[in-house]
Design a protein around this ligand. Structure first.
Ligand SMILES: Nc1ncnc2c1ncn2[C@@H]1O[C@H](COP(=O)(O)OP(=O)(O)O)[C@@H](O)[C@H]1O
Ligand SMILES: [Mg+2]
Length: 387
């Protein structure tokens, strides 16, 4: 048995676009999800029993009542995002509310009320994976709630939200080149850590909405609902029934269902291309031949003279040209149709390291203004003190 330590069906099943999840073709959207959660834990004792052999990180068990207090009764204007299987709210753990936890802001991910089997499994996958992995480039899971039909995850709050919200925002200033490279470097380190873990993990849903940013733009991977144990022994891949996310999933994975760490490398190439071009991997609002970012960009990446034409115009030419060429070539190699020709995540980390641009560290007590754009269109400004 792998990292997950539980008897889950090996087929995990979610197909989503970069913003919202969509149903798989063969799933009837009008059909009510079956409530068949046999084999899945139904209370914290059963969860902890499943975690017993893998639990390196202690997790705090929250009651649903406590979560209501933390999130102001799941206030709509506290909503940070929503996607595949539920909504994410901002919350605050107050002083003396709970033993073992300081007063801190948190993000609370509530899985859908229908409590579908798939939603329940994704919730459990996150509890198991994030309950055993810890790294500066993975979001920290603080605790969970498993009460009646409620399945909730409580994470550290990431003040700047997702890369998707920052990179494609119409209200925030464009991310400068140095920050884009910092994000790529941080996210690459997170993936390399997963691939090199004692029991390797394939992340499987690498995309801009799953990379979160702290006030200093450190990137952390979140949303481990689709993560899978990597192949072990002499196996080259694990078999799954599905795709991850349209636009990000590797072509061979879509065609065969064979999942390898190199599928994550492909998705990394897509995200790097999004960081370089400022374009979404799928964008229906563009002319037909530009809607699919990789189809449009790959032929241009091959030609050195054309690369600068596809770099995000919002950067206004403010980037080191040599570094742009290197980053573009890196993305080109990650997007190779032959998975074996793609670099390893460790090589990618090594290639990105020299592209890091030292930027001026703010003074000891300087304030940064964090502007959060919520899914309901609300924009919040907050001054945050940097260490
Ligand atoms: N810890 C967090 N801090 C701040 N925002 C978060 C956090 N976790 C999630 N979000 C916001 O919620 C969105 C959806 O969260 P995610 O965990 O990816 O769930 P889903 O399964 O719905 O994709 C993210 O893209 C991000 O904008
Ligand atoms: Mg997500």
């Amino acid at each position: 048995m792998g990292n997950c330590g539980c008897k889950l069906n090996p087929f995990i099943y979610k197909v989503s676009s970069n913003t919202k999840s969509v149903r798989a073709k063969n799933e009837n959207p009008t059909e009510k999800p079956r409530k068949d959660n046999s084999g899945l834990p139904s209370n914290p004792e059963e969860v902890e029993y499943l975690r017993r052999s893998t639990a390196t990180n202690p997790l705090i068990v929250f009651s649903f009542e406590e979560l209501k207090v933390i999130t102001g009764n799941f206030r709509q204007d506290y909503m940070l995002g929503g996607g595949g299987f539920g909504s994410v709210y901002k919350g605050f753990v107050y002083e003396d509310m709970k033993e073992g936890i300081e007063p801190i802001p948190v993000a609370v991910k509530v899985h859908d009320g229908d409590n579908s089997h798939q939603g329940h499994r994704e919730w459990l996958a996150e509890v198991i994976f994030l309950g055993q992995l810890s790294h500066p480039n993975l979001v920290k899971l603080i605790g969970y709630c498993c009460e009646d039909d409620h399945r909730v995850l409580i994470y550290e709050y990431m003040a700047r939200g997702s890369v998707e919200n920052n990179l494609f925002s119409r209200v925030l200033l464009p991310l400068p080149w140095s920050i884009r490279m910092k994000i790529a470097f941080g996210a690459a380190k997170g993936l390399a850590f997963l691939h090199e873990a004692e029991k390797p993990v394939i992340y499987r849903d690498f995309k801009t909405s799953n990379i979160l940013l702290d006030p200093d733009y450190n990137a952390k991977l979140s949303d481990f609902g689709l993560a899978k144990d990597g192949p072990v022994g002499d196996k080259s891949h694990v078999s799954t029934r599905i795709m991850g996310t349209y636009g990000y999933a590797a072509p061979e994975y879509i065609m065969t269902g064979h999942l390898t760490p190199r599928s994550d490398v492909y998705s990394f190439g897509v995200v790097l291309l999004e960081l370089l071009t400022g374009r979404k991997c799928l964008d229906k609002s563009r002319p037909a031949r530009e809607q699919n970012l990789t189809d449009w960009a790959i032929p241009l990446l091959r030609e050195k003279t054309k690369i600068l034409n596809i770099i995000d115009p919002r950067l206004q030419g403010d980037y080191p040209i040599k570094a742009v060429h290197k980053a573009a070539m890196l993305s080109y190699h990650c997007l190779n149709r032959n998975p074996k020709a793609r670099p390893l995540m460790r090589d990618i980390v090594d290639s990105l390291e020299p592209l890091q641009v030292p930027f001026e560290e703010p003074g000891e007590k300087s304030l940064v203004t964090v502007i959060s754009e919520y899914s309901n269109g609300l924009v919040e400004r907050k001054d945050t003190q940097l260490r």
